[in-house]
Design a protein around this ligand. Structure first.
Ligand code: HQG
Length: 180
């Protein structure tokens, strides 16, 4: 993603997932914002953007973070919210294993209380080792945990698949993961 797109993606991630009021943006219950207010907020932060450039931020996004409505009048983040939104993800049966990338400094706490959602809506899990490794690498040398989703489903845990391929679950208790 080019610098031009990345700066806009970061600002939009912040407003659409965490702090819409900081951009003077209002989200509906499903996390949608008016494109016009997103463009105004960007312009006010010296990130002038037109609809064509916004569409590139959405389409060329390295993690497909956003969705534009077909009429291009509304935009939302697919997942990653810390504020209340609903409906941006679908309940789905997971594959047999999923992976979580983290770092050593969190492991003592993770071994004690399991994976918890911290300040997001869900624990985020990846379909493959490579993606989990990238997620962990954001914070240092990655530690990868393999999650036994079959046992979790049998125990009644619900999994959701975000449209950008991230798997979401409320929590992963310690008995359901092993360190690789
Ligand atoms: C850790 C990025 C201590 C957890 C990525 C993680 C992903 C605990 C951190 C997406 C813990 C939370 C999500 C516990 C979990 N004690 N630490 N009990 N349970 N943790 O960023 O999964 O660029 O909220 O291991 O690519 O790292 O935002 O979650 O290290 O898809 O689109 O607490 O964010 O995508 O960190 O990353 P995060 P995450 P975006």
């Amino acid at each position: 993603m080019s610098d031009i797109l990345r700066k806009r993606s970061k600002a939009l991630s912040y407003w659409l997932r965490h702090a819409p009021e900081k951009g003077g943006i209002v989200l509906d219950a499903e996390g949608w914002a008016e494109v016009s207010s997103a463009l105004r907020a960007l312009a006010e932060n010296r990130l002038e953007t037109d609809v064509a450039l916004l569409a590139r931020v959405v389409e060329e996004n390295d993690k497909k973070r956003f969705e534009l409505s077909p009429d291009r009048l509304r935009i939302r983040a697919w997942q990653g919210h810390s504020i209340a939104v609903e409906g941006a993800w679908e309940r789905t049966d997971p594959p047999e294993a999923l992976y979580h990338g983290t770092v050593e400094k969190f492991m003592e706490s993770i071994e004690a209380e399991g994976l918890t959602k911290r300040n997001r809506h869900h624990v985020h899990l990846s379909l493959d080792l490579e993606t989990a490794s990238k997620v962990g690498q954001r914070r240092g040398k990655p530690v990868i945990l393999q999650v036994d989703t079959t046992a979790m489903v049998a125990d009644g845990f619900k999994f959701y698949l975000s449209a950008n391929g991230v798997w979401l679950v409320d929590a992963v208790p310690t008995r359901f993961f092993k360190r690789l």
